[in-house]
Design a protein. Structure first.
Length: 151
């Protein structure tokens, strides 16, 4: 038995775009309980590919915004694109961000409202901090990495 999961963009004025995210092929026979539902690996792959598709659509919409030149107020055009890798809760994604050049004064500038030193999402940072705190507490309680309960 097989399925194709398709992500369809909604809420836009133009015709909606869609992308096939993942093709899943699972046996219909439940003689073995391991065949029930999705496997952990397929679930992780599904989340990762949905994340990639959503990020790609968001980057496309972000790149369509043209900033006004900060120096002269002229119209900016896309000069080139730069890739950045960002850690998210559902895996690393590559973000393709435009750089702009003013058509009048030829000055360059980055895209609209993008944090300059962003390497991970705030949600990812929050979960990582919580896990680090739990790991430290676990090490203290179980005596790993410390001597007589002192760190």
């Amino acid at each position: 038995m097989g399925w194709v999961l398709r992500l369809v963009e909604s809420g836009v004025e133009e015709p909606s775009g869609s992308v096939d995210v993942l093709e899943i092929d699972r046996p219909g026979d439940l003689g073995d309980l391991a065949n029930l539902g999705l496997t952990h690996a397929v679930g992780k792959q599904l989340l990762s590919q949905v994340q990639q598709a959503v990020v790609a659509a968001q980057c496309r919409d972000h790149a369509a915004q043209r900033p006004v030149c900060q120096a002269c107020g002229g119209v900016c055009r896309v000069k080139d694109y730069r890739s950045r890798r960002i850690a998210t809760l559902f895996g690393r994604v590559t973000v393709r961000l435009p750089r702009f050049r003013c058509a009048d004064c030829r000055s360059e500038q980055a895209g609209i409202e993008w944090p300059p030193q962003c390497r991970s999402t705030p949600e990812f940072d929050q979960v990582r901090a919580q896990l680090s705190a739990f790991l430290r507490l676990w090490c203290i309680n179980w005596g790993f990495g410390c001597r007589l309960g002192r760190v």
